[in-house]
Design a protein around this ligand. Structure first.
Ligand code: BT5
Length: 333
């Protein structure tokens, strides 16, 4: 099943009524009168709402009452009170999809889709960088964000860097966790991967048609199980999950905060504030000043990590001087 932020009007009407009448009993008749929809329609919407993970209790003679909200990242849950101008204002949600990145790319050229996000509860063929796979079980936040930026192609390499900074800040403000960033596009916790990103782009000469930023966040997944499954996969260095047992912060809080933070940092990129963003990234960078080895298409290169330049390229101090690396992975040692 899939849902969007621009249809399901009847369902959202009934749901909002429940949400604004917190834990009050509402009869089917009252709902039908107030919302001007038939009682059958009210009943159908309530059944649907329950199937989406909301807990609605029904009591004879009293009616229905909402007891618990859902954890699903449903479009109307994301757009409700979202404090952005453009980013995340339009949402597509899939219970299951091959890859949100593929769907986002199919719709990216649509005029309305600047700032749109595509979310999935599960992906069956989630993509990593460089043809790798991204495992996406239930409990994660798997989404793609479409943007039509006005800056030129040379700035686009900083988009995943900006995304990582926005995500690290959001994790701190919502979950109070200090994560690190790892070149090129990862977010880590105690050296293990908690989120990864990739960008798909379409360019025309020096203009950007669209960028699709794909982000996978291990919000509440079984990290031990995933580690077992991925231990032989390329570029594996451990998996961690952000929300710990007993923590009740819903995933939508983190996603919404990210959308706000990303809109801010995108505005900063449009103003040309590259070094400000790079500085924010460096503050959280893993292995800065330490010896690392990078796997590149031309083989392995070792040196002291000097962070990144204003294009997002990794700077390595080697015996031959500072080398800049645009594409590669830090080798696990
Ligand atoms: C990435 O690739 O880290 C980019 C991940 C982007 C995923 C998002 S989810 C929404 C959107 N839709 C998509 O189809 N993709 C994007 P890379 O740096 O290449 O890392 C891939 C490697 O990370 C794999 O080879 C595994 O070793 C490891 N891995 C796979 N799934 C993982 C997970 N859930 N958590 C931690 N590590 C994982």
């Amino acid at each position: 099943m899939s849902y969007t932020s621009f249809d399901n009007i009847g369902l959202v009407k009934v749901l909002s009524f429940f949400q604004t009448h917190d834990s009050e009993y509402l009869s089917g008749e009252d709902l039908s009168d107030v919302l001007k929809i038939s009682r059958v329609a009210v009943w159908k919407h309530i059944k649907k709402i329950q199937s989406l993970g909301y807990k609605i209790e029904s009591k004879q003679k009293l009616g229905y009452r909402l007891i618990n909200n859902t954890e699903k990242l449903l479009p109307w849950e994301i757009t409700h009170n979202l404090k952005t101008k453009l980013i995340g204002k339009r949402v597509y949600y899939f219970e299951e999809i091959d890859s949100t990145q593929n769907f986002a790319q199919q719709i990216a050229l649509g005029k309305k889709e600047d700032g749109t996000i595509v979310i999935a509860e599960k992906q069956t063929a989630g993509r990593g960088r460089l043809e790798r796979k991204w495992t996406s079980p239930q409990g994660g936040i798997w989404f793609s964000l479409i943007i039509h930026p006005k800056f030129d192609v040379s700035t686009s390499t900083l988009v995943p860097i900006a995304g990582a900074v926005a995500l690290a800040k959001s994790i701190k403000s919502i979950l109070n966790i200090d994560v690190s960033v790892k070149w090129p596009n990862d977010i880590t916790l105690h050296g293990k991967k908690v989120a990864g990103m990739l960008v798909d782009a379409s360019f025309q000469a020096n203009n950007i048609d669209y960028l699709v930023l794909g982000i996978g966040i291990n919000f509440d997944i079984d990290s031990k199980k995933l580690e077992k499954r991925l231990s032989k996969s390329p570029n594996f260095y451990g998996v961690d999950s952000l929300r710990k047992k007993g923590d009740t912060i819903p995933p939508k809080s983190l996603l919404k905060e990210f959308l706000v933070q990303f809109e801010k940092i995108l505005a900063s990129l449009h103003k040309g504030e590259k070094s400000k963003i790079v500085k924010e990234w460096m503050k959280r960078a893993e292995k800065l000043g330490k010896k690392i080895t990078i796997n590149t298409s031309n083989g392995k290169i070792s040196g002291i990590s000097k962070g990144i330049d204003n294009d997002g390229a990794l700077k390595l101090k080697t015996s031959k001087g500072i080398m800049k690396i645009f594409v590669g992975d830090v080798v696990v040692e």
